[in-house]
Structure formats: C-alpha cells, structure tokens
Design a protein around this ligand. Structure first.
Ligand code: PMP
Length: 395
C-alpha cells in the first residue's frame, strides 16, 4: 500500500482500516448511534444487538463465547486488566508468583513491575532462545503451586516469533496456574480459532487487524471472570468488569475486522503476505545488501515480519534517509522515542549496537509484490549511500 509517495511497511505498528470495515462503521455512526446500555427504548435495543453481534465476531476469532468478551480501549488496557486485575485474587488464592516471557510487550512487563512493587508479588522472567521461543524447560522448572499466572504472547511484535501457546498453556495449567496470552499480533499471523482452549485470558487489539484504533478486548474464560477485579469503576457495564459506555461504531468495526480474519480467506492472505515478505528479503539480498535476519526461521515467524540487522548503518539513520518514500520502524513503534535498545533484540542475544542497527519491516494485506521489490531496491540504495558516507555505523 502506498500512502501518497510512501510505501507502508509498518503493519505491526498499526494497520490501515479495511474499506469493508469502514463501510460497516460508517453505517453504525449514522444509523445506530444509540447507547447500547439504554434498555428502555428501541434505539438502545438495536445498539445492544449491534454490540452483541460484534462480541460474537470477536469471540469466534479465538474460539470463545460472546459473554467472555470484555471490550477495552486496546491491548494495552487488556494486558493491564489481565495482570493487575488478578492482584486481589493472588491474596485470595494464596498464589504469589507470576511468570512472564522476556519478550513480552511493554504493557505486560510494566504491569508485571506494578504487581511486584505495589502488590508484593514475585514476578519472574522466562528467558527465550535466539529465535525468541520460550525455554519450556526453564518455564517448567519455575512452575509450582505458588504460580498464579503465566503470561506468554502468541506472536511477537518485533521479531514475529510464534510461540507454542498450546504446550505452554498445558504446562502452566498442569501446575494450576492461570494462562494469559497477549494475542494482539496473532490474528494476522496464525489461525487462533482454538486459542481460548489454551488460555484463560486473551488480549486483542483492533488496530492491529485492520479495524479502528481505540478498541480491543480481554477475552476472559467464564469461570475465571470472578477472579478478576476491574480497573475502571462506574456504571457496571460488561459484567462490572469494565465500566463505561461502549463505543458502538468502534465495536462494530472491531467485530467486522475480526470476522475478516476468521476462515479460509485469512489463510490465503497469510500465504500471499508471506510470499511478498520473502520476495522483499530476497530482492534486498540480490541487490547486494548485507542483511541478516533477527529471530526465528520462516516456519516460526509472522508471515509479514522481516526484522533485519543491516550492519553498516543505524536504524535511526536509515529510517530518516528513507523518508518520505518508505515507512518501517526500529524495534517496536511503542518504544520509539525512548532511546534504549529493544529489549526483545537484547533478549535473543543481540548486542546493543546490533539492536541499534536493526529494522522491522512489516508487510500486510495491502502490500503488493511490486511494492515489495520497489521497497527492497529503495532500502538497498539508501544503505549503500549511507555506508559510504559519514553516517557509517561502526559495528
Ligand atoms: N501487545 C502487543 C504484542 C502489541 O504489538 C501491542 C501494540 N504495539 C500492544 C500489546 C498494545 O496494543 P494497543 O496499541 O491496542 O494498546
């Protein structure tokens, strides 16, 4: 996809709203403006039905039931609710340890720090290998009757690693722990139609799946809902777990986006995106660019993700030189502006200097094969220009 003159290769930061989603949202903005919690008139009932339909679509994406969907403002809030919402239950259950992988999103890691500092829980980090896969033996060694929660993301946002959530979930449950899975990046990468069978709490984000920003969900197994304490108090909407009037057009858009990623057409889309991603990397190498892939091999990687170490230039210099022709990102977009090397790249064994010279290109639904080739040529030319100039990195 080109936005004006810019090739957009930053789909893991955010995705453009799919036009089919937008049409449904436009109808919701104009025709179904009611408050879904207004139970005394027909306009409210229609809004309630639209929300119920969206909950069904989101639930079906992960194999859950509609009453298990709690809409939030996004995956950051969902992750906060999953972790901090269990703090009181830690007291009641007598379990005081939480295990997180080293490459979780910052919203999980930061919530973990709050659990440790304000609630006195013991939070341990599980290391990953060079591919970003959770060390299952290390996890098993940490699991005991004191573990309340294991939080493992399904697909990593920087290096695209696909985790074995089924096996990890089974290990955690065998020890009596709850399982949280941050699946914000998963729907575009893999089929997660049975994820609710392996995880008790699942975080989703609409703007990562071609839906609108400002909406996401925490899908919570019915039996686990009583364990959760809300973070937002008020009118008691959504079983009292997340008060606030639901933003109907956003819920409708999120539901429509989720539906587009359920089923066979999603598989075809992943294959097409994978082919474009492979073409991008092959063209880059064919152009003579010295790029090394960070993270997993293709089998275990998000089909749209290429995280490349380009030794001769820093990511910051290259990204600046690529403006306005190409949009990509260094590390995760959420961390941009914070001048520290990516914790994910460090966790898989890169040095800080190598992390600084790594770029994430993320292709998506709207990327064409032509753009993949064009982008590779643009990157290669920019790397060559920078490597021979004063901005050369000293790796
Ligand atoms: N988890 C992961 C894996 C993500 O990639 C992101 C977005 N970068 C989030 C959580 C946060 O999602 P949101 O922007 O919806 O708050």
């Amino acid at each position: 996809m080109k936005v004006g003159e810019t090739i957009y290769l930053d789909h893991q930061a955010t995705t453009p709203v799919d036009p089919r989603v937008f049409v449904k949202m436009a109808a919701a903005f104009t025709n179904a403006f009611g408050n879904p919690h207004a139970s005394e008139h027909v306009i409210g009932w229609r809004a309630t039905e639209a929300i119920a339909a969206a909950a069904r679509q989101v639930a079906s994406l992960v194999g859950a039931d509609p009453d298990e969907v709690i809409f939030t403002s996004g995956a950051t809030e969902a992750n906060n609710l999953a972790l901090l919402g269990l703090a009181d239950y830690a007291e009641r259950s007598g379990r005081h340890r939480v295990l997180l992988s080293a490459i979780e999103h910052k919203s999980v890691l930061a919530a973990g720090r709050v659990l440790a500092q304000r609630h006195g829980l013991e939070v341990a980090v599980i290391e990953v290998d060079r591919q970003g896969r959770v060390d299952e033996a290390a996890l098993a060694a940490q699991l005991d009757g004191d573990v309340l929660l294991v939080s493992i993301m399904a697909v990593n946002n920087e290096i695209g690693t696909i985790q074995a959530v089924d096996r990890i979930g089974a290990l955690a449950r065998a020890a009596g722990a709850l399982v949280h899975c941050d699946a914000a990046q998963a729907p575009c990468a893999i089929d997660i139609g049975d994820l609710a069978h392996h995880a008790d709490l699942i975080s989703l984000s609409s703007h990562k799946i071609y839906g609108p920003g400002g909406i996401g969900a925490l899908v919570v197994h019915r039996g686990v809902q009583p364990c959760l304490t809300p973070l937002i108090h008020g009118g008691g909407q959504q079983n009292g777990l997340r008060s606030g009037t639901l933003p109907l057009p956003l819920c409708v858009g999120f539901g429509a986006a989720a539906e587009l990623l359920s089923g066979t057409s999603a598989r075809e889309e992943r294959d097409r995106v994978r082919a474009c991603r492979d073409l991008f990397v092959e063209t880059l190498l064919a152009e003579g660019c010295e790029a090394v892939s960070n993270g997993p091999d293709t089998r275990l990687r998000h089909p749209g993700n290429a995280n490349l170490l380009l030794r001769s230039v820093t990511a910051a210099d290259l990204l600046a030189a690529l403006q306005p022709t190409l949009a990509a990102s260094s590390g995760s977009a959420c961390a941009s502006g914070i001048p520290e090397p990516s914790h994910v790249l460090r966790a898989i064994g890169l040095t800080s200097e190598e992390a600084d010279c790594s770029i994430r290109f993320s292709l998506g639904r709207s990327t064409t094969a032509d753009e993949a080739v064009q982008a590779a040529r643009i990157v290669s030319a920019a790397v060559e220009r920078l490597s021979s100039g004063p901005l050369r990195a000293t790796l």
